[in-house]
Design a protein around this ligand. Structure first.
Ligand SMILES: Nc1ncnc2c1ncn2[C@@H]1O[C@H](COP(=O)(O)OP(=O)(O)OP(=O)(O)O)[C@@H](O)[C@H]1O
Ligand SMILES: [Mg+2]
Length: 257
């Protein structure tokens, strides 16, 4: 099983778009996939429009439980009608309260809940938090990090902050004698204006390029993305969605093991 967190410390830089799209790309390629919405603002939950299996059985039920969590992700996973291989754990506004959790080792809960899960790929849509229980839980549960970015100042800043958090986390785990297996898959740029590329976008792409982490191609900006999001669909049903679908297929080849 590969567990991928989609992360940036900036808001509005395509984290949710990339998490949802990579999950659908994996599912369409025949991989049993679980998408987890770890953001209390629940943008992925709105997009997929799926309710928990019962009231309260969202991702907060994992983060707030001190019981044995083995197998709980499997229990909470809701089937998506988009594809037979795609299941989903929704989020909820109340998940924000979990950030105040002061119980020791609470950051292990998400990882524990994935034990015994029958999925080949898990994708976590992260909030743009710097530290805190939500981000720590994702860092602890994941073996792969994808930095989501836009080709502008916010995208670059969000990547730099996220990478600092990842490297700090790895250094701390090494010091504790329990090295993390988390690896950087790279930077995925989405919402990219491919018709007229501004000087800001060119500069941002150069900065990403110098890190050696930029994954090609950039996902082009297309109105269909906003439309499918609004109608609780993904782009695969529409010809106009092909540029986005094809870009994520290429990106998937570099991200999925
Ligand atoms: N390829 C694209 N084409 C058109 N619009 C896009 C594309 N990628 C992202 N967007 C739009 O950009 C906006 C921000 O994207 P998204 O919600 O994925 O970012 P985010 O980083 O998850 O934001 P937040 O910090 O609020 O969680 C959304 O309105 C989304 O529809
Ligand atoms: Mg989001």
């Amino acid at each position: 099983m590969q567990t991928i967190m989609v992360y940036s410390e900036s808001g509005g830089v395509s984290k949710t778009t990339t998490a949802v799209s990579l999950a659908m790309t994996a599912a369409l390629a025949g991989k049993r996939t679980l998408l987890i919405d770890l953001d209390p603002r629940g943008a992925a939950t709105d997009w997929l429009d799926l309710k928990p299996i019962a009231p309260g059985y969202h991702v907060g039920a994992i983060l707030g439980s001190d019981e044995d969590l083995t197998g709980v992700a499997e229990e909470l996973a809701v089937q998506s009608p988009w594809n037979e291989n795609l299941r989903f754990i929704p989020s909820d506004r109340s998940v924000a309260n979990r950030e105040a959790e002061r119980v020791d080792f609470a950051e292990l809960r998400l990882s524990d809940s994935l034990e015994g899960l029958s999925a080949e790929v898990v994708i976590i849509d992260c909030p743009n938090r710097q530290g805190g229980l939500l981000t720590q839980s994702a860092l602890t549960a994941s073996d792969t990090v994808v930095y989501a970015a836009t080709a502008n100042r916010d995208g670059v800043k969000g990547f730099e902050g996220a990478q600092t958090s990842v490297l700090k986390f790895k250094a701390a785990r090494k010091k504790m004698g329990t090295p993390s297996v988390l690896k950087e898959a790279g930077i995925v740029v989405s919402n990219f204006k491919d018709t007229v590329t501004s000087s800001v976008a060119k500069l941002a792409m150069q900065e990403f390029e110098t890190t050696g982490l930029l994954i090609y191609p950039a996902v082009p900006q297309r109105v269909i993305l906003e439309n499918v999001r609004y109608s609780n669909e993904w782009v695969h049903l529409y010809r106009k969605g092909d540029p986005i679908r094809h870009a994520y297929e290429k990106i998937g080849e570099k991200v999925f093991r």
